[in-house]
Design a binder for this molecule. Structure first.
Ligand code: MG
Length: 371
């Protein structure tokens, strides 16, 4: 089998010059083969930048677009192709955007391999530990206490036993933060575990420590990204001063960044995003490291049903993969792009069982939002 084309697809709902939020744009890759098998991958990144990383011509030995690296290759040789992409994009890639684009390709290659061998990706990863996974619902809070409470009520009614909120106004103002968190925790009333996500907005150690001290009485499952991931010493101090686990790492790529981060911070929970960290292949290596550094791996995932499926296959294949993020975005790129989106039911999702990722795309959604 040979790769005949690498097709980047950029999707976006708002106009190009308007602002956009999580879930409202997407970057997909379809890898076509001479045997008619098509693999689907995704990266939750800047779509147009990632497309350029695929399309780029050959500049030199260490600066090459991914399509040129992959054409004519056997898509089943996933690790060799990962290494080839990494080496041949060493100047322009290596971390960040380059690894985002490689992640999308890597996921598509695993999808091809699963279809070729007629097994789900989790079988290729060594087998599944479970048929269902507890899912936590992620939402963006508003300044309105009543709106937040009514959203929490509707999520509990749907069967969520674990919730996370962040983004929006959370992190902007200490009194508002406390009011939002208190309202949501009170409404959940012990029926769901609660985590909060500061998306780095507490900004510096002194403020984050002050806020955590004030939040001591709330039983938070974790506090996500109180500080930017480069503030490793601050995160280490936060982990030491209080009992709530600190989580982070959705912005990090490759095993190398995760190892440095875990070593420097001693963080309780790492949250690699499978569509950014280097794909399924690199996620496995990050998982191995997480065990060595005693960090729990709970992946980040707030994009399309492709990301959701890739994350579900990976989590099914590891012993401690018992919690998955489930977006509450109303975007058609989450709700409609994947025709057979893994549904949430009674607090859990089912692990897919069809060959490959088991994802079917709705071409009319691609048509409607393709840039
Ligand atoms: Mg986050």
């Amino acid at each position: 089998m040979k790769i005949t084309d690498v097709e980047p697809i950029c999707l976006r709902i708002p106009p190009l010059d308007a602002s956009c939020t999580w879930g409202d744009d997407a970057f997909l890759v379809r890898i076509h083969t001479d045997e008619g098998i098509v693999g689907i991958g995704e990266s939750d990144t800047s779509p147009i930048c990632a497309r350029a990383f695929i399309d780029a011509p050959h500049s030199n030995l260490h600066c090459m677009g991914l399509r040129r690296i992959l054409l004519g290759e056997n898509p089943l040789e996933i690790q060799r192709l990962w290494d080839k992409m990494y080496a041949a994009s060493n100047y322009s890639g290596r971390r960040g955007l380059g690894i985002h684009a490689i992640s999308a390709v890597d996921i598509a290659l695993w999808d091809i391999a699963g279809q070729y061998y007629g097994v789900p990706v989790h079988t290729l990863l060594g087998g599944k530990y479970r048929d269902t996974i507890q899912a936590y619902g992620t939402f963006i809070p508003t300044p309105s206490d009543e709106e937040n409470r009514s959203l929490v009520r509707s999520l509990l009614k749907k069967g969520y036993t674990s919730l996370k909120f962040g983004g929006g106004v959370l992190g902007d103002d200490p009194e508002q933060d406390i009011a939002i968190i208190a309202g949501i925790c009170e409404e959940a009333g012990g029926d769901a575990e609660i985590a909060i996500d500061l998306a780095t907005k507490w900004g510096h150690y002194q403020h984050a420590a002050y806020m955590l001290e004030r939040l001591k009485s709330f039983p938070l499952k974790w506090v996500e990204e109180p500080l930017p991931s480069d503030c490793t010493y601050g995160i280490k101090r936060l982990e030491r001063v209080q009992d709530t686990p600190i989580a982070g790492g959705e912005d990090l790529t490759t095993q190398y960044e995760f190892e440095s981060y875990m070593k420097a911070t001693g963080v309780s929970i790492i949250q690699p995003d499978i569509t950014r960290c280097g794909g399924i292949s690199e996620m496995r290596r990050i998982h191995a490291l997480s065990r060595r550094y005693a960090a729990r791996l709970i992946p980040h995932g707030f994009s399309t049903g492709i990301l959701l499926a890739a994350t579900a296959h990976f989590l099914a294949s590891i012993p401690e993969g018992t919690l998955i993020e489930y977006s509450q975005s109303k975007s058609p790129l989450f709700c409609k792009l994947v025709k057979n989106l893994i549904p949430f039911r009674d607090g859990r999702i089912s692990v897919p069982s069809s060959p490959g990722l088991g994802v079917e795309l709705d071409e009319s959604v691609i048509e409607a939002y393709r840039m």
